[in-house]
Design a binder for this molecule. Structure first.
Ligand code: FES
Ligand code: FES
Length: 155
């Protein structure tokens, strides 16, 4: 099937999308957007987190055929040209990135939290990011990064 959708503000079209193909596959393999990562492919790790019509979803759990005519925002779309989003900058500055595999999903999930709760408590951050698994950092610096971003975005 043919799928036409808005990705980061640009209309993109994929031809011959197989019925079982995930949105994550479409983003990475058809549109060349490699920011969203493929780790578990079963909704467990959060590394493929994107917005679909403004709602945070795991792209591996959404079928490519479901996104026809819809709007997707990926981690690439959070930055403005060469300027990183404050959440992205905070992850770098707080040292919240080691292998980086979990980082795009965490950045999108943290972005979603901060637009809903601009000044979250540590418990709210932990709860919001509970669906995002990181095998490297131990999470402390990820919490620091979200708090750093929150302070800058509200200040
Ligand atoms: S790859 Fe989608 S949740 Fe893990
Ligand atoms: S930095 Fe390696 S999984 Fe999170």
């Amino acid at each position: 099937m043919k799928v036409s959708c808005s990705v980061n503000g640009q209309v993109l079209v994929a031809d011959d999308v197989w019925e079982g193909e995930s949105l994550l596959y479409v983003l990475r393999e058809r549109f060349g957007l490699y920011g969203s990562k493929n780790a578990c492919e079963q909704g467990e790790c959060g590394s493929c987190s994107v917005y679909l019509d403004g709602v945070l979803v795991c792209a591996c759990l959404v079928l490519g055929g479901q996104v026809n005519g819809r709007e997707i925002l990926t981690v690439e779309g959070l930055s403005h040209r060469t300027a990183l989003h404050p959440v992205q900058t905070a992850f770098v500055e707080a040292g919240a990135v080691q292998c980086g595999f979990c980082t795009p999903g965490l950045v999108v999930a943290a972005h979603d939290l901060l637009r809903r709760v601009p000044d979250p408590t540590e418990a709210q951050i932990r709860e919001a990011l509970a669906g995002n698994i990181c095998r490297c950092t131990g999470y402390a610096k990820i919490i620091d990064a979200v708090q750093l971003a929150a302070g800058r975005m509200s200040g």
